[in-house]
Design a protein around this ligand. Structure first.
Ligand SMILES: NC(=O)c1ccc[n+]([C@@H]2O[C@H](COP(=O)([O-])OP(=O)(O)OC[C@H]3O[C@@H](n4cnc5c(N)ncnc54)[C@H](O)[C@@H]3O)[C@@H](O)[C@H]2O)c1
Length: 380
């Protein structure tokens, strides 16, 4: 065994579907973590996925059992969004820190219950918002930070996605499954947090999705600037990047990023460098493993991710109300009341009831010692 193999974190991957397979193939060669166990309700699928990734991992349908047998010391949750909270709870209560695929949960109230649960167990729960980890996004962020106060940020996402499965059945395949990435990227680009949203969503007549595959949303940011978003998952032609196409207009000029490798700054004296770091899920894995080693709070530690989910749920709610303005602070407080009403575990419910407000609950010191410094040119 080489030195790097000896220090790889042994992990159990839960969910061996399309994305679970992508995680396992990446982990097979990762210097940071070793996939020692794989869990899925569908055992045959889990075995086939493990074999096709060329792995020798313990396979089963019980997370606790597979974790024990394999010696896993952390969990990576790649199940469907509806299962995220239950699986995260099993892992955290078994003493395993968790890296969970986006979206953390279908609702903000379920996310708040997980904030409380993570606090109770003292284990790290981090959301893998993998689209934060793109080198050209880091370069774009450098440019944006030199432009001064924001006026407006525009992001457009137009794609033709054929991914049969839960996405094609959900009520909001764009907002809940895809825009969650772009909304999170807005929060990565600027500390100017969203406070309200107006949104309309619809399903084009030719759509192969059951739910709304298209939407427009305008968020008001704390400074008064606007984030203007439009997207669709069923647009054949003129495809944008998976990362969306971005334009920022600010006091000292403008900048754009096509979501791939083209960053443009139209402002005097604004420069940037493209870093050379691991991207996508490799980047989020690296930050997770590093957080466990150093105790530094990672981006998207569970409570830091709640506002990203509030953007999604606020947009869904606004659309259901015919485009009415939804205040994200009100949404957070309503979600806390819902979380307390739904929570079955006494210890979690008691902690939720002790919060003076949802805003307080998510602003207390997160797991770890200090927020990760965001280095110039870096993804963190
Ligand atoms: N970061 C990205 O770019 C990206 C891309 C695709 C998918 N995802 C996310 O990854 C997750 C999985 O997506 P997918 O496309 O692989 O879905 P999928 O339906 O292909 O696979 C999900 C798997 O989870 C298993 N599962 C469900 N509930 C379970 C439970 N309680 N315990 C164990 N296994 C369970 C299912 O049997 C299935 O095999 C979703 O949250 C999705 O949003 C992220």
């Amino acid at each position: 065994m080489s030195a790097s193999e000896a220090t790889r974190l042994p992990v159990v991957v839960i969910g061996a579907g399309a994305m679970g397979g992508a995680w396992l193939r990446m982990l097979a060669d990762s210097p940071h973590a070793e996939p020692v166990g794989v869990v899925d309700l569908n055992l045959e699928l889990a075995q086939a996925t493990v074999a096709s990734a060329g792995l020798d991992a313990v396979v089963g349908d019980s997370l606790v059992e597979v974790a024990e047998r394999s010696g896993a010391r952390a969990a990576i949750n790649v199940t469907v969004p509806q299962a995220h909270r239950v699986v995260n709870e099993q892992a955290l209560r078994a003493g395993l820190p968790v890296l969970c695929e986006k979206p953390l949960a279908p609702t903000v109230s379920e996310a708040l219950r997980q904030v409380a649960l993570a606090d109770l167990t003292g284990e790290l729960l981090m959301v893998s918002q993998s689209r934060r980890y793109f080198n050209h996004l880091a370069a774009f962020k450098q440019a944006v930070e030199q432009l001064g106060p924001l006026g407006a940020v525009h992001a457009t996402f137009f794609h033709e996605d054929h991914e049969p499965g839960f996405r094609e059945q959900m009520a909001h395949p764009l907002l809940v499954d895809m825009s969650v990435h772009h909304f999170d990227m807005l929060r990565y680009l600027s500390a100017d947090e969203p406070v309200s949203v107006r949104c309309n969503s619809w399903n084009p007549p030719w759509s192969w999705f059951a739910g709304d595959a298209a939407a427009t949303a305008t968020f008001e940011l704390a400074s008064g600037a606007r984030f203007v978003y439009s997207g669709s998952r069923c647009t054949p032609g003129l495809q944008s990047s998976w990362n969306a196409d971005w334009h920022v207009y600010a006091e000292r000029g403008a900048a754009s990023w096509n979501g791939d490798e083209l960053v443009i700054a139209d402002a005097e004296g604004v420069g940037f460098e493209v870093p050379d770091r691991r991207e996508s899920i490799e980047g989020s894995l690296e930050e997770f493993v590093s957080a466990l080693a150093t105790g530094i709070t990672p981006q998207n530690e569970v409570r830091l991710n709640v506002l990203t989910l509030a953007m999604v749920e606020g947009a869904v709610l606004s659309s259901a109300r015919g485009g009415e303005r939804v205040d994200l602070r009100d949404l957070l407080e309503d979600s806390l009341a819902q979380a307390i009403a739904d929570e079955q575990r006494d210890d979690v419910a008691e902690l939720l009831r002790s919060w003076p407000s949802a805003a307080d609950g998510i602003s207390t010191q997160p797991w770890g010692s200090s927020p990760a410094p965001i280095a110039a040119g870096g993804a963190r």
